[in-house]
Design a protein around this ligand. Structure first.
Ligand code: BDR
Ligand code: CA
Length: 361
């Protein structure tokens, strides 16, 4: 009798140990992310994708002015986390304007309210009172070497965080940016919007010395969601799916109207790369941000040879006497398995297929 009792207790202990180990393993394999964002249509889709992905644990959303004013972005971010019933995720407002440039919001590309005209009820979540860049600094110190920053807006908040506390740089696991392009811009011939908005901030972020993955227009403009795929999300039912479909449908109309065959969902790809880096093919390149150019301000200039001429001033003329090596400062996405990414996006955003995870205990 006594023996049977001990066996039972032993069995229970073993089970608890197993469960504990499984939970610890899950916690370890879950990436802690901060999403720095300017929601924004595709930002909203990116946030929902992250919140519905078990591979990621969203530690905070920090909001920056960009697609919309920071106050509008804050409100939109709160509505999205509220829709996802994730008021446990801190949402903090950050920079109201770029470091030096004049703020350039873009109602044309984001529609009424910044969410493509998609309506959401008022948020039941409250904003975190801290300044966005301070939230980044605090979380990086709380979880050294564990935080991935996913930057999907102008890089102002990230730059402010580095300027205030440069010690965070070596403590960040990696920075994944929806930013830039090495094959032409979307604001004009040269510049992508996030970098164009605040080139000085982007310059600091690329030069900081932390591991940067650049997910730019080179891949986001060839990963286009179709009307049929939007229908699929909508048909799946559920409030989040309906909202995601409304936003994605706006993107399809907008991009088809400007010459594309489907809707770009740029920021969602940066989240996709955090979920599974194998969606993209990366190339190590040195990226310089043009901060002053007359035509190319905001361009991310890639050094394809990894060298610059070594030029010596000889008084009345200059002489090139050799070449100097430049080290890559970014892993640039130069190819993408669009089909596989879109499949994941649709499954995760659909009512039934979503893996809702990452909620804090
Ligand atoms: C980027 O700029 C914004 O319009 C989008 O939200 C995305 O972050 C694309 O250039
Ligand atoms: Ca954005």
């Amino acid at each position: 009798m006594k023996m049977a009792g001990s066996v039972k207790i032993f069995g229970l202990c073993a089970l608890l140990l197993l469960l504990g180990t499984a939970r610890a393993a899950q916690a370890q394999s879950t990436e802690r992310v901060i999403i720095d964002t300017d929601p924004g249509t595709d930002d909203a889709l990116a946030i929902l994708l992250a919140l519905r992905s078990p591979e990621l644990r969203v530690e905070a959303l920090t909001v920056v002015a960009g697609n919309v004013m920071a106050s509008v972005g804050l409100d939109n971010a709160l509505k999205v986390v509220s829709l996802a019933r994730r008021c446990d995720v801190p949402v903090a407002e950050g920079a109201q304007r770029p470091l030096h440039a004049k703020l350039n919001i873009e109602p044309f590309w984001n529609g009424p309210g910044g969410l493509g005209g998609a309506e959401l009820p008022p948020s039941s979540c409250k904003p975190d009172p801290r300044f966005g860049p301070d939230v980044i600094i605090e979380l990086v110190h709380e979880y050294p070497h564990e935080i991935t920053i996913i930057g999907v807006g102008p890089e102002t908040n990230l730059a402010l965080a580095i300027l205030k506390d440069p010690t965070i740089v070596p403590l960040v696991k990696r920075v994944i940016l929806m930013a830039g392009s090495i094959s032409g811009g979307n604001v004009n011939g040269a510049a992508e919007f996030n970098v164009y908005c605040d080139p000085d901030a982007a310059d600091l972020v690329f030069r900081a010395g932390w591991p940067v993955t650049m997910v730019g227009l080179d891949v986001t403009e060839i990963t286009l969601i179709s009307s049929a795929q939007v229908d699929e999300i909508e048909r799946s039912g559920g409030a989040e799916a309906k909202f995601a479909a409304a936003v994605a449908r706006f993107q399809v109309g907008l991009y088809q109207g400007t010459g594309f065959s489907g809707g770009a969902i740029h920021d969602a790809l940066a989240v996709g790369v955090a979920i599974d880096p194998t969606f993209v093919k990366l190339r190590a390149l040195h990226i310089d941000v043009e901060t002053e150019g007359r035509i190319a301000r905001g361009e991310t200039v890639a050094n394809r040879l990894g060298t610059v001429d070594h030029v010596v001033d000889k008084g009345d003329h200059l002489e090139t006497v050799g070449v100097d090596q430049v080290k890559p400062n970014a892993q640039v996405a130069v190819g993408i398995d669009s089909e596989r990414f879109l499949k994941l996006f649709i499954t995760r955003l659909s009512g039934s297929g979503a893996a809702i995870a990452g909620s804090k205990p």
